[in-house]
Design a protein around this ligand. Structure first.
Ligand SMILES: [Zn+2]
Length: 227
């Protein structure tokens, strides 16, 4: 299966049209607008075409570009171009628990940017973003429960804060595992070569859940004193 798009001089086969709008994030069948060849402009992107679309949804109507490239080793004459990425990506606020978002707005912002980087296939930097998001979440959590030590916590390494300023066992364990994989995203050599970005995201999700459970339990324990 493939779709055909046309520039002034040629027709191209592409594997599929984007099925999610990068601006409103709804599932769509995009409206095809035009195709631009880049081969004659820049030789190093000879096998790339940019295809312009718009979102058909009444409340969005955003224009966006899908970038298609030829799979390695295939003649560009015969190729079915692969959809590589879509831009511009509008930051989609991930669904995070309200209590966690209130505790650490910076975590939400950094996490959202890492998510956009991942959706844009920026796989070499989104992991660093998730690692940074983890640090903000853990430090904001630690500062919330240890207000007298805010300056110490802010200046300490993530590992130190997890070890010394996180009392809750489930958060401590999960955050520690997430930080090990997060560090792998920033270091030259990976220590956990059988783990990848999905594992880091799973551990981050578990950490968020543990933080949320703790905040929720804390809320009820402080509100419902014995009568
Ligand atoms: Zn849209």
């Amino acid at each position: 299966m493939f779709e055909v798009v046309k520039s002034d001089s040629k027709a191209y086969r592409v594997d599929h049209f984007p099925d999610v709008c990068p601006q409103c994030h709804h599932a769509i069948e995009p409206k095809y607008e035009m195709t631009r060849e880049l081969g004659f402009l820049q030789s190093h992107v000879e096998k790339r075409i940019d295809v312009f679309f718009s979102c058909p949804r009444q409340s969005c109507r955003a224009s966006f570009i899908a970038f298609y490239t030829v799979p390695p080793g295939v003649s560009s004459q015969l190729a079915i171009y692969d959809l590589d990425s879509v831009a511009p990506q509008m930051s989609k606020i991930p669904t995070l628990p309200d209590r966690v978002s209130s505790l650490s707005p910076s975590f939400v912002e950094i996490y959202s940017q890492a998510d956009v980087a991942e959706q844009s296939n920026l796989d070499q930097i989104c992991g660093c973003g998730y690692r940074k998001a983890l640090e903000f979440l853990i430090k904001d959590f630690a500062c919330h429960y240890h207000p007298a030590q805010i300056e110490t916590i802010r200046g300490a390494t993530l590992a130190t804060v997890i070890r010394n300023h996180i009392d809750e066992r489930s958060i401590k364990t999960r955050a520690e595992l997430a930080s090990w994989l997060g560090n792998d995203e920033t270091h030259y050599v990976r220590k956990w070569s059988d783990k990848d970005l999905n594992d880091l995201k799973a551990l981050l999700e578990l950490t968020v859940a543990a933080v949320n459970h703790h905040l929720l339990a804390d809320h009820y324990q402080s509100e419902m004193k014995p009568v």
